[in-house]
Design a binder for this molecule. Structure first.
Ligand code: NAD
Ligand code: UDX
Length: 480
């Protein structure tokens, strides 16, 4: 029986390995982590992450050929293939701070593999890493080797949260990069044969190591760039009376452009886009490519602009002050169908409103109070470290309360801000919400989920990203 071990039981390691286990009954899969609480949760009925379809997959094979364990060293020693899916945060200090990837966790995993291995291994980069990381990893592994042979493969993950299980069951492609030597090709074939259990062969792309590593950064940069492009257009739509949804539709029906990833929003979030683009910017700078670095940095700048533009819009619409006013925040996750809040636009918007002394009442169907308070207390980039290494959150922010439903959040509020496109926010009884609010009652929709006309008929003053402005807002001074 082939044995696989995955170091890192997070949003990628957990679902990816569960799908490998369910699709390959002949393979034994162990997912290991240094976080005891995370492993306990994977072994319980309350999995550590919310992901549609994940529970069923885990239940099918946990205890049969899928195991979650903190016994990292034993499982690594026994494995033929070791995936490494640990955090690769943005550095907060020292050389490259604020841009470069922090490979501390990767390096410690590699050193541990070198220490405990007693047999040859294929080591697979599953984490997103800077191009050329495989070379560094190879040096760490071979420097310590006791005659043990390692093959390093790059096999970046393209799943998106909220759709991880369907993405893994039916990927657009699986990418495997390896050394172009006989041993390298053998290793690529071994990993290919794992995916071949369910992925058609023409969707398994094999490249050299550096192409695979760079393709992951490139794919995320291209995706994020589409969102920044449509978000940049949303500002121009508001200024001119065009409707960003109509513009995106007209643009996206060009088959060369395509319709996906053109939804204007308050800004993209998630653990990957910003981190990976900053990493790309840093790599460009290190290679003397200042113009290329500047091009990609602009994607982040527009995203930051979109978030601050939203806050400015809220404050300026409400007579230039939200001090002491209750503002309901609907949604905190970075997108629907996940409880993940990493880099969610809601954090920056909430911090902006708190900075203007608003009182926030927050509701998200999948995010609890402890997480929200922690997110609002952490500094930039501090979130992306194993939970037990994160700084303890300061006391709960006095201006923030976290409530159990949207109606409670909006009761007595001056404004409602929609931060996440949860389906349930479309079907809310906005008449009831309006009745319970201060007047004039505002809705600021950062996701274009509400029916603008209907809400205006109810009496709301409505702002929806990139839509023609409410007559009320048109008369106000322009927002910078
Ligand atoms: P995560 O924080 O959810 O999980 C990482 C896990 O690794 C944590 O549980 C942590 O405790 C563990 N860990 C860290 N160092 C360890 C060590 N030395 N030994 C054992 N366990 C260790 O992160 P994630 O979202 O799963 O992302 C992991 C990697 O995959 C990152 O490089 C990320 O950029 C990449 N990625 C993420 C996504 C996504 O949607 N989240 C998609 C594609 C790629
Ligand atoms: C992303 C990539 O899609 C995935 O391939 C990679 O493996 C990890 O990073 P993820 O961050 O989980 O996945 O979600 P994604 O669906 O890409 O959304 C990222 C952010 O962009 C979210 O905040 C989402 O709301 C936003 N978004 C997405 C938009 O604002 N508009 C869109 O049209 C699409």
């Amino acid at each position: 029986m082939v044995k696989i071990c995955c170091i890192g039981a997070g949003y990628v390691g957990g679902p990816t390995m569960a799908v490998i286990a369910v699709k390959c009954p002949s393979i034994e899969v162990a997912v290991v982590d240094i976080s005891v609480s995370r492993i306990q949760a994977w072994n319980s009925d309350q999995l550590p992450i919310y992901e549609p379809g994940l529970d069923e997959v885990v239940k099918k094979c946990r205890g049969t050929n899928l195991f979650f364990s903190t016994d990292v060293e034993r499982h690594v020693a026994e494995a033929d293939i070791v995936f490494v899916s640990v955090n690769t945060p943005t550095k907060t200090r020292g050389l490259g701070a604020g841009k470069a990837a922090d490979l501390t966790y990767w390096e410690s995993a590699a050193r541990m593999i070198a220490d405990v291995s007693k047999s040859d291994k294929i080591v697979v980069e599953k984490s997103t890493v800077p191009v050329k990381t495989a070379e560094a990893i190879e040096r760490i592994l071979t420097h310590n080797s006791k005659g043990i042979k390692y093959q390093i493969l790059s096999n970046p993950e393209f799943l998106a949260e909220g759709t991880a299980i369907q993405d893994l069951f039916n990927p657009d492609r699986v990418l495997i990069g390896g050394r172009e030597t006989a041993d390298g090709k053998k290793a690529v074939d071994a990993l290919k044969s794992v995916y071949a259990h369910w992925v058609p062969e023409d969707r398994i792309l094999c490249t050299n190591l550096w192409s695979a590593e760079l393709s992951k950064l490139a794919a995320n940069a291209f995706l994020a760039q589409r969102i920044s492009s449509v978000n940049a257009m949303s500002a121009l739509c508001e200024a001119t009376g065009a409707d960003v949804a109509q513009v995106a539709h007209a643009v996206g029906t060009d088959s060369r452009i395509g319709p996906k990833f053109l939804k204007a929003s308050v800004g993209f979030g998630g653990s990957c886009f910003q981190k990976d683009i900053l990493n790309l910017v840093y790599i460009c700078e290190c290679n003397g490519l200042a113009e290329v670095a500047g091009y990609w940095r602009q994607v982040i700048k527009v995203n930051d602009y979109q978030k601050s533009r939203f806050v400015n819009r809220v404050v300026s619409s409400m007579f230039n002050t939200v001090a002491g006013k209750k503002v309901a925040i609907l949604g905190f996750a970075f997108k629907k169908d996940t409880g993940d809040t990493r880099e969610t636009a809601a954090i920056d918007v909430c911090k902006g409103l708190i900075g203007d002394k608003a009182h926030l009442s927050i509701f998200d169907p999948q995010v609890g109070e402890a997480q929200i308070q922690k997110d609002l207390a952490l500094n930039k980039f501090e979130w992306d470290h194993p939970a037990h290494l994160q700084p303890a959150a300061a006391g709960a922010a006095k201006q923030v309360s976290v409530v159990r439903d949207a109606y409670e959040a909006a009761k007595g509020a001056h404004a409602v801000c929609v931060m996440t496109e949860w389906e349930e926010f479309k079907g809310l009884d906005y008449g009831r919400i309006y009745e319970g609010m201060q007047k004039p009652a505002f809705v600021f929709d950062g996701r274009n989920v509400v029916d603008v006309e209907k809400l205006r008929e109810i009496g709301f003053i409505v702002y929806s990203i990139g839509k023609p402005l409410d007559p009320w807002l048109k008369d106000l001074p322009a927002v910078a």
